[in-house]
Design a protein around this ligand. Sequence first.
Ligand SMILES: CC(C)[C@H](C(=O)O)[C@@H](O)C(=O)O
Ligand code: SF4
Length: 461
Amino acid sequence: MGTTLAQKIWDRHLIDRVQGRDLLYMDLHLVHELSPQAFGGLDLRGLRVRQPSQTVATMDHNVPTGNRNLPVRDPLAATQLRALRENCARNGVPLFGLGSRRQGIVHVLGPETGLTLPGLTMACGDSHTATHGAFGALAFGIGTTQVEQVLATQCLLMPPLQHMAVEVEGGLSAGVTAKDLALAVVNTVGFGGASGHIIEYRGSTIRSLSMEGRLTLCNMSAEAGARAGLIAPDETTIEFVRGRRYAPEGEAWDQALCDWADLHTDDDAQFVRTIRIDATQLEPTITWGTTPAMSVPVSGRVPTAQESPNRAQTERALEYMGLSGGERITDLPIDRVFIGSCTNSRIEDLRAAASVVAGHKVADGVRAMVVPGSMPVKKQAEEEGLHTLFQDAGFEWREPGCSMCLGMNEDVAAAGERIASTSNRNFEGRQGAGARTHLLSPEMAAAAAVAGHFVDVREVL
Ligand SMILES: CC(C)[C@H](C(=O)O)[C@@H](O)C(=O)O
Ligand code: SF4
């Protein structure tokens, strides 16, 4: 029987079997500033990072996105950032910290620098590490204890996982994006419905996605509960990687191409589950509730508790979101707009949002911000004049980081504020205590900013 792509990568990195678990070698370990305990654990045991050259750090979760010339005001953030600097220096780990021209959200930095490559095993102490699977890498989000293990050994102990396929066929209509597809996947698979699984995204729709779109889709694998999500590399992948800062060059590049040619699922390989999605049926999508699976097409209505299969859960979500159920989603007024996060802060996302915003103004009473995913994205956007388009419309143009995606810095919403957000999580309190998050695409967020309420972007394109 044939082998799935994920299994091939897994097998190539298998070092040993230990009590029912597989010990996998990690080609690349990405680290951010929420890692002081992991480094502290190493110190306690008198260890140093095993493979500093295969470890890369950045600062993203709690960095300020305003004036970077000032000291970091939040004392906890300042301590964590200082600790990362010291830990990296002591261990010889390269750091793209504040002040670096490559600093950015860890899941934006890897792909754009050419550190993320097809066939790699990757780990990062962050649940959205599956993002890197867009390149055909096997990338795992891990907890703090595992971060410590990977720092110490460059290896990760993994339980056996099951392989499932999400097959998407057909063209996406105008105004329907990879984000809408990601929300549809989470809605179909269910919040946490893929736990214990690796998802391989397959089919003609996936092959037609840009790398940015693939990153958006793989990013939200975590919301479906999957341990990883990936897409077989193809010409689009190769063209994206070619010439990037840390991508292989010369002979190493030719060798890499040969190596990547085998990175696909064999025709006779089997998945334990296959979910099929017809892309032609998708609409721009918005979440109404407190899990990313609670979404409706823009033409739809917020569900009522009565019609919901899980009445208690729906009631609670409606209450938190300040909804009674039955409202048309486009009737909901918004207070804030956040365009950013590792889901949707790449150059293509900013271009798409800017094209909707161009020549318009942010609606009265709405506070809108754009937070590029990294310094290179910010620079590119500024070269293209996108920042001026946003600023002229009344958006704030900020410095790169996770920002309002999880509100670990000053970018938080107030209780009761309704936010149109291009991020990936809408849990209670995610963007501020009592704040109400609605997830959607950059195009849809931009259109909402201008209208002051949710709106079908297809009407304004
Ligand atoms: C590390 C952490 C604070 C967290 C994660 O693990 O994903 C964050 O990035 C998130 O998106 O919730
Ligand atoms: S942008 Fe959001 S989802 Fe992504 S790593 Fe940062 S906090 Fe997590």
